[in-house]
Write a protein that binds this ligand. Structure first.
Ligand code: RTP
Length: 156
């Protein structure tokens, strides 16, 4: 996922089916763009059960795991993205807000738009290693763009 701690750091961010269904895609993308992050990859898809299970493999023992996989694969698509820039993993988590929207800062995506942990709109990688794993899982290397925004001193 780029290089940790540099302007090339990358995070995997996914708008879940509730975010697509509620037509919040543009508002969510704007938060990352306006902060200064660079969109390196984006696609809309309904993940296969295998992909969803692998993405959430750390949670396979949890009681909500099957319901979570079922929801992510239900047929309403997700928007999978890779964002790049300085400290994007940690700052991405701050933009997204706490896992339980009831604990999320009101200025965060979850704090502004969600109230239920099972419908918390969005996922963002929580660490460099998971970002690397998730980007590799959701995207082929050739799907990741390498380009210079017109003016991009903000997150270098
Ligand atoms: P995410 O991976 O989606 O960014 O969420 P997270 O790291 O903030 O939270 P994590 O603990 O990894 O949980 C992953 C997702 O599982 C769903 N969840 N449901 N009690 C429940 O019903 C419950 N707890 C967690 C949420 O969608 C959470 O984002």
């Amino acid at each position: 996922a780029g290089e940790k701690g540099t302007a090339s750091e990358r995070s995997f961010v996914m708008i879940k089916p509730d975010g697509v269904s509620r037509q919040l895609v543009g508002k969510i993308i704007s938060r990352f763009e306006e902060r200064g992050y660079k969109l390196v990859a984006v696609k809309s898809l309904t993940p296969s059960p295998a992909l969803a299970r692998e993405h959430y493999s750390d949670l396979s023992a949890r009681p909500f795991y099957n319901g979570l996989v079922k929801y992510i694969t239900s047929g309403t698509p997700v928007v999978a993205m890779v964002w790049e820039g300085k400290d994007v993993i940690k700052q991405g988590r701050r933009i997204v807000g706490a896992t339980n929207p009831q604990d999320a800062d009101p200025g965060s995506v979850r704090g502004q738009y969600a109230v239920s942990v099972g419908r918390n709109l969005i996922h963002a990688s929580d660490a460099f290693d998971s970002a690397t794993k998730e980007i590799g899982l959701w995207f082929a290397p050739e799907e990741l763009s390498d380009y210079e925004p017109i003016a991009w001193p903000w997150v270098m």
